[in-house]
Design a protein around this ligand. Structure first.
Ligand SMILES: C[S@@+](CC[C@H](N)C(=O)[O-])C[C@H]1O[C@@H](n2cnc3c(N)ncnc32)[C@H](O)[C@@H]1O
Length: 216
């Protein structure tokens, strides 16, 4: 007879298997190592693979990423996008963006395919064109997720997809006893998107949770 413990360890094994299902190459592993050195939490391999699939299925030529980090999610996205697709990626930390550019060069990504914008997303996002993007990935300061999500929805064309990484916030979001400020903000972002008639949403338990919402 199977027990709760068996079911839990089965789920843990299934999660680990899913995360490692599409292995990362040397370039991604080096970008991930730089993220660890700089204290920046890169998107998980399972999340990266999912983003790659979403980018490829949308044929995403115009993508925005809020929170470049060292380029892990960016590399997955670029590999899913068509060869002429352009990724606009925003981060206030120049050191992180330098590391990301190094990863793009190591991956042989032509410079014209990335627009790396240094600055606060709150300053940069209003300068981007409304309705012009196929995919927007939010993975930066969780306090600002409500603002970034709203900006992302404005930037998307109908049928475009908003992706919010870290939507489970270290497993705290599903725990109703966790009511600290950041967990509450991230939980409320998920609930608002679920109720938002402008989108259809789903929460994938990859990595730290990837919330996906397609613009109607
Ligand atoms: C988690 S990293 C993004 C990782 C990226 N998705 C990847 O896979 O490489 C978040 C980025 O957002 C920026 N950021 C700005 N404010 C932040 C905050 N309060 N907390 C976390 N990241 C923040 C950091 O500079 C960092 O590069």
């Amino acid at each position: 007879m199977s027990t709760d413990v068996d079911a839990r360890s089965g789920r843990t094994a299934a999660w680990a298997y899913s995360e490692a299902f599409v292995p990362e190459d040397e370039v991604l592993l080096r970008a991930r190592e730089r993220a660890a050195e700089l204290g920046c939490q890169a998107s998980s391999p399972g999340t990266g693979a999912l983003l790659q699939v979403v980018a490829a299925s949308l044929g995403a030529r115009a993508v925005v990423e809020v929170g470049t980090g060292t380029g892990v999610a960016a590399l997955w996205l670029l590999r899913g996008m068509p060869a002429d697709g352009v990724l606009t990626t925003i981060d206030a930390e120049l050191e992180h963006q330098r590391a990301a550019k190094r990863a793009f060069a190591e991956a042989g990504i032509p410079p014209a395919r990335t627009r790396t914008i240094p600055g606060r997303p709150a300053d940069v996002l209003p300068r981007l064109t409304d309705g012009a993007y196929d995919l927007v990935l939010v993975g930066s300061d969780p306090h600002a997720y409500p603002e970034y999500v709203e900006a992302g929805l404005r930037l998307l064309r109908p049928g475009g997809v908003l992706a919010v990484d870290g939507a489970l916030h270290g497993g705290r979001v599903p725990d109703p006893a966790r009511r600290d400020e950041v967990t509450t903000v991230v939980r409320d972002v998920g609930r608002s998107l679920r109720a938002d008639e402008r989108v259809l949403s789903a929460l994938a338990p990859s990595g730290d949770g990837l919330l996906l919402a397609v613009r109607r």
